[in-house]
Design a binder for this molecule. Structure first.
Ligand code: TPP
Length: 621
């Protein structure tokens, strides 16, 4: 396509992205910022042969539209539709599945090595944001790629933003590069001048001498010295919305036989004024009115995140040892207000969950009470830090795991399905799940009063609108709470967190069928209330566990292990998320798919009772 055609196409794509995201929600601002960059990449490379790896993948909507998904784009992030992130099973152009940050350079290097070993001639391009570049894995990959000197192309898409304003020394370095284009001229002019010296051996000696000058001096004169020191040829910064210029640079890098990093400067939310002015609001957004930029939100009770936010501020006001840590999600985790109130006790470490946890462990070792607020899915990265740095030393770090369970439209990469399973296996760890937002507040107070590692996991979205205690009632450590009790109950459900109220409803449905059920709010997954389990295992004919977490190794597994160890033979029915990756959809659709609605839970219990009585699977209506 000619340049004017490409520019026209950019406009059409932008409109399609805007219309679709206004309806379905999604990652608007990141994807609006990469329209021209993607078109330029596709104009120069042949990605049916070459490979393109996106970091996080939330900026890849143009890539999806260009690679056969224009007609299905309206199904973005819906059940059975196309996903919000590149996914290998969705298109051969999605060369690597993403969702979690900072993986692109590692994956691209792997693809390049595979192509070389397989003798397939292929260029590999990684596109990484300045936010994703704050993640340790990105540095590990740069370090390795620089040493291997592979012909890898890394495009650094610098829009000065992570979800919120980007943080860290690297981010400050990038802004210096953006602000000082004279450095670039200086470098080009110096090299040109030396190369023009008529005596070749002298000019080469000068260049060699210049190259061996101390790195500090190089850094002062040459831009991108950090990347150059890592073995990359640095080019940039380049206007990431100038398709012609981008094409020109991308076409030239083919001749450079070493890793190249092209620093591209883009505007997050480009072309849509509300997103350009408030890129953090439109980073990942729900439905909104395209004409006004007004986000369409039904009035709802405060979210769990809001109650977390209020509570951690209250705790910090009472105890000056309380400090808060986020890994690049101050707004998402609700810590923004904490940062305003206690700027010296707030730490945004960038997309660096591993560092966040060890930092917290260090703070706890130094006498502080760190609260690390991280989404359940992202803390998966920091498993070893939780195990080795926090739990092995039994340090009082409080993990507040937001977005636990099924998150909805972001899909498989973002569900917080595994935390109960992987945390409960770590010695010294305490794992809690509140049944409502007030219990979350109580649990935060209770956990901060302890001197042990603890994790509280709570879901995305609104609470129930329950009254919030100013002075939280005490939560007895390790004790469950009976919420429904029937003197003649046949069934006892041990429910975890979000499932408590659903199970109370299921018990009501069963009661109408003359099946009486006790419901227990487990509160603690570890240490769980073994006395309560024993008691209900004795009184009930059927014990049921119900959790919004993977069945594989979760709370139900813990209860099964306990019953087996105690030689208790009460039948156990375990309800939860099956042992598979759950795709995207609304939270309600996904809970229904996993059988975690009151209706389906009551049906499963009824069915199991029938099996127990009649010895075969009776169909219940
Ligand atoms: C490991 C991990 N932690 C946190 C996130 C949440 N997250 C998604 S995008 C993003 C910011 C990425 O910033 P950048 O790479 O600069 O891309 P931009 O959105 O600015 O285009 C964050 C923190 C994530 N996806 N993965």
């Amino acid at each position: 396509m000619s340049l004017p055609q490409l520019e026209e196409l950019a406009g059409e794509i932008r409109e399609l992205i805007l219309t679709t995201v206004a309806q379905n929600g999604g990652h608007l601002a990141p994807s609006l910022g990469t329209v021209e960059l993607t078109l330029a990449l596709y104009s120069v490379f042949d990605f049916s042969r070459d490979r393109l790896v996106w970091d996080v993948g939330h900026q890849a909507y143009t890539h999806k539209i260009l690679t056969g998904r224009r007609d299905s784009f309206h199904t973005l992030r819906t059940l059975g539709g196309i996903t919000g992130f590149p996914k290998r099973s969705e298109s051969s152009f999605d060369s690597f599945g993403v969702g979690h940050a900072s993986t692109s350079i590692s994956a691209a290097l792997g693809l390049l090595i595979a192509a070389e070993i397989e003798r397939v001639p292929r260029r590999v391009v990684a596109v990484i944001g300045d936010g994703a570049l704050t993640g340790g894995e990105a540095f590990e990959a740069l370090n390795h790629a620089g040493q291997l000197r592979k012909n890898l192309l890394v495009v650094l898409n610098d829009n000065e933003m992570s979800i919120d304003k980007n943080v860290g020394a690297m981010s400050e370095y990038l802004s210096k590069l953006r602000l000082k284009p004279q450095y670039h001229r200086a470098k080009r002019e110096f090299e040109g001048f030396v190369r023009n010296i008529p005596f070749r051996d002298i000019s080469e000696k000068i260049l060699l001498a210049a190259n061996s000058v101390h790195a500090g001096l190089t850094a002062a004169i040459f831009p991108g010295a950090i990347f150059e020191a890592l073995g990359f040829t640095y080019l940039g910064p380049i206007d990431g919305h100038d398709i012609g210029n981008l094409k020109d640079i991308f076409s030239r890098v083919g001749v450079i036989d070493s890793p190249v990093l092209i620093h591209v400067h883009t505007t997050k939310g480009k072309g849509y004024a509300p997103a350009e002015t408030a890129p953090e609001k439109f980073h990942g957004v729900g439905k909104f009115d395209k004409d006004t930029g007004q986000i369409l939100k039904r009035p709802s009770p405060p979210s769990y995140t809001e109650i977390f936010s209020r509570t951690v501020i209250d705790c910090a006001a009472r105890d000056k040892r309380v400090v808060a840590i986020t890994a690049a999600m101050p707004a998402g985790t609700g810590l923004k207000k904490f940062a305003e109130k206690f700027p010296r006790r707030f730490f945004d470490v960038g997309i660096a969950e591993e560092h966040a946890i060890t930092l917290a462990a260090g703070m706890a070792a130094g006498g502080l009470k760190p609260v690390a607020a991280i989404y359940s899915t992202f803390v998966q990265r920091a498993y070893d830090q939780i195990l080795h740095d926090v739990c092995l030393q039994n340090l009082p770090v409080l993990l507040c795991l937001d977005r636990a369970g099924l998150v909805g439209e972001d899909g498989a990469t973002h569900h917080g399905a595994f935390d109960l399973a992987y945390l409960r296996t770590i010695p010294n760890m305490n794992v809690l799940a509140p049944c409502d937002e007030n219990e979350l507040r109580q649990m935060i107070f209770a956990a901060l009063a302890q001197t042990k590692p603890a994790a509280i996991r709570y879901p995305r979205g609104s609470g129930f609108g329950v009254d919030i205690d100013e002075e939280p009632q005490e939560i007895p450590w390790g004790r469950a709470q009976v919420v429904v009790q029937n003197p003649s109950a046949d069934v006892a459900i041990l429910a975890v967190g979000t499932m408590v109220n659903v199970c109370v409803e299921a018990a009501q449905i069963l009661r109408d069928k003359k099946i009486f059920v006790d419901v227990v709010n487990a509160r603690f997954i570890k240490p769980f209330d073994t006395d309560a389990v024993k008691k209900f295992a004795r009184s009930a004919k059927l014990l049921v566990t119900c959790e919004e977490g993977t069945l594989s190794g979760g709370f139900g597994s813990a209860v099964a292990e306990f019953l087996s160890d105690e030689k208790i033979s009460t039948p156990l029915l375990r309800l939860g998320i099956p042992d598979e990756f759950i795709e995207q959809g609304t939270r309600a659709q996904l809970l229904d798919m996993c059988g975690l609605t009151a209706e389906k839970i009551s049906r499963r219990i009824h069915q199991r009772l029938n099996e127990m009585i009649f010895g075969f699977l009776a169909v219940t209506t």
